[in-house]
Ligand binder design. Sequence first.
Ligand SMILES: [Zn+2]
Length: 440
Amino acid sequence: MCRTGKEIGELKAVILAGGKGTRLAAHTQNIPKPMVKIGGRPILEHQVRLLKRYGIQDIILITGHLSPVIEEYFGDGRRFGVNITYFCETTPLGTTGGIKEIEQSLTDDFLVLYGDVILDMDLEKLVKFHQDKNSVCTLVLHPNDHPYDSDLVEIDIDCRVKAFHPKPHPRDTYYHNLVNAAVYIMSPVIIRYIEKGVSADFGRDLFPSLYGKERFYGYNSSEYIKDVGTPDRLESVTRDLVSGKIARLNNENARHAIFLDRDGVINKEIGHLHRASDFELLPGVTEAVKKINKTEYLAILVTNQPVVARNLCSIEELGDIHKKMETLLGLEEAKLDGIYICPHHPDKGFPEENTAYKICCSCRKPNTGMIESAMMDFNITTSGSYIIGDSWRDMECGHNAGLSTIFIRSGARNEGHNFEPDYSFDNLLEAVDFILKGSN
Ligand SMILES: [Zn+2]
């Protein structure tokens, strides 16, 4: 149940289906882009079927110059078990204009999809997130493999949207790798911010005017959401549909993960690293992460960072270190699907400490709190998943959580601890090659 007391099925969906698809010219001479077929069905039909699967019945299609092609195919939606109505824009008004025109039909929270996007996601989980946060606007976000030329969205530790960083990104700046995936849930409150009759864009114009004013959240998803803007993409999306990958990545299906420790595995261990300028990726790391990204394993960072509790840096400065990590990985087209940190430390009584973080917590490895959070967020199954680390804490945490454990031989800090990893390698790349060889 949502805060308005409605079930997901009572949500309306609005699909922006007016795109011309000029870059797909060979496929779209007389048909609008959302009608391009993938696996024998128009993109739009894949979306309608997804909505229907989650019980969403009322769908409004905002169409453009080739509207009759769409209307003829879908009619009133009865054939697909849903109710479809249309709003045909005679003058295109960007992505937001049509929503303003149908304002009177949108009296409760609604879902927005773009008609040229192929997706399969757990909509119930998304709606629950939106409701739990009491959000008035929720954007689905994901890390992508080219953040350097993408519009980026920054969220805080509570997932609240903090900033937008439109491309191009100045050289020598670091950023988190989170990109607008073009799926939104909005409250009608948002429509007030749209000016009637003025061409505007959600990402470029509307969203930057919202943060700081409204309860505005980002939802990180690793599910399959891709636009089909170019012939190359059309080909790869078709391949993924045929192989079943698009459906498999829906959060309802359990996935495997490779959990990665940070210091000594991803970056050079220097002891209490607390300045971004000291962060340096180890050789072969981008290649290793990229190899994980090419499979269906999730790459998830789980790191103890007591530097915050010791007051060597703030949580924001720790974020800056991770911005550098994500940027360096992203420049080589590698990404982490999730980042989990424990900023705590149990030993109290030092004069310089940050007392708020000096606690006994369940997240500090060898405790399994970070693994458990990731399991919930990404629906990860531990059997068949791995942890790769360079300390006894990683190995014990992995063991406690039911993961296979891979030790990276380097750490002098492990002396005096007895632990038996399942496997040992010299570096991350060797470890990842070993896992992936076994999974083929
Ligand atoms: Zn902790």
